[in-house]
Design a protein around this ligand. Structure first.
Ligand code: UTP
Length: 297
């Protein structure tokens, strides 16, 4: 494979949203966790906005049972639009327009059983086709003052091509919650990745740099996922297939400097709500007051 084949533009992004979200039961019985809001915007919208900011043109959602409302959310609501127009609610109409992908720019496919993240990604293979793609785990909501995480990842990809993944530092004692990488030589804004381990014990971890849920991957990953055996947790693990891809293709990393919130966990979800609400004009003052009152008590 020539280098230029590994350097093609990234036009599509995959959003796996088929997980059961058991950490958000009972809410996730009927509300997909991706539709829970950070302040007033569903978690999924943050990831879509980040992808849009990075220049992504087509949005591929891998959904599951009870997730149909995600497809409805990205549709137009003519009655709502007409009512807002009749009431001169121009600001709300702008909010709706901003959240709306262009017609024909979304695709939805189903992961019929939640067999793991690797399997969910594999379910997008026909829609993505033979081209590199971005992968965003919507649970991870990113906050950055310096452009979105995927946009920075694209910057590294422009220099390196191949496969690029974003990482962040964590407490070394917490590595067993994550996929962790071994860092090599620095190249521009990124660095080589020599190894990856899914959920290692702290004493076996190659670093405290964890994979934070933003990737650019070459389509060969689909072929490897096709026959990937189950790994940690009895699930088909994306990290296992990436490790095999690493043997034939370059992998680079980018260290994200902003903050990420794991909105698939209660702690991360609450932290994201506080962090985003604090910096907004409409909600910041009340959140600050609550915190000050509680600390003063
Ligand atoms: P998680 O392991 O965090 O999600 O998957 P989960 O299984 O939904 O959550 P819990 O542990 O039961 O609370 C990370 C991402 O991968 C997707 C999830 O939707 C989430 O975006 N995923 C996971 C799938 O799409 N399919 C799967 O089989 C597993």
């Amino acid at each position: 494979m020539t280098n230029s084949a590994l350097n093609r533009p990234v036009r599509k992004a995959v959003f796996p949203v088929a997980g059961l979200g058991t950490r958000f039961l009972p809410a996730s019985k009927s509300v997909p966790k991706e539709m829970l809001t950070v302040v007033d915007m569903p978690v999924i919208q943050y990831a879509v906005n980040e992808a849009r900011e990075a220049g992504i043109e087509h949005f591929v959602f891998v959904t599951g049972r009870n997730k149909g409302v995600i497809e409805d959310y990205f549709d137009v609501q003519p009655e709502l639009k007409a009512t807002l127009k009749a009431r001169n609610k121009a600001e709300m109409l702008d909010v709706l327009a901003d959240s709306q992908p262009e017609p024909g720019k979304t695709s939805f496919t189903r992961q019929q059983e939640p067999l793991g993240l690797g399997h969910a990604v594999w379910c997008a293979r026909d829609i993505v086709g033979d081209e590199p793609f971005a992968l965003l785990l919507p649970d991870m909501v990113m906050k950055s003052s310096n452009g979105g995480c995927l946009k920075s990842l694209m910057g590294v990809y422009d220099d390196t091509g191949g496969n690029v993944i974003a990482v962040e530092e964590c407490d070394p004692q917490e590595v067993s919650n994550y996929g962790v990488i071994k860092k090599g030589r620095t190249i521009g804004a990124g660095f080589e990745i020599h190894d990856m381990v899914e959920k290692p014990m702290p004493e076996d971890a190659p670093s405290n740099l964890f994979i934070n849920g933003r990737y650019i991957l070459q389509p060969e990953i689909f072929r490897l996922l096709e026959n990937q055996e189950t790994g940690a947790g009895g699930e088909i693990q994306l990290t296992d297939a990436m490790l095999r891809l690493c043997e034939t293709q370059p992998f680079h990393g980018y260290k994200f400097e902003g903050a990420s919130y794991d909105c698939g966990s209660k702690e991360g979800f609450i932290a994201a709500n506080v962090a985003f609400a604090l910096e907004r004009e409409d909600t910041g003052p009340i959140v600050r007051k609550i915190i000050e009152d509680m600390l003063g008590r």
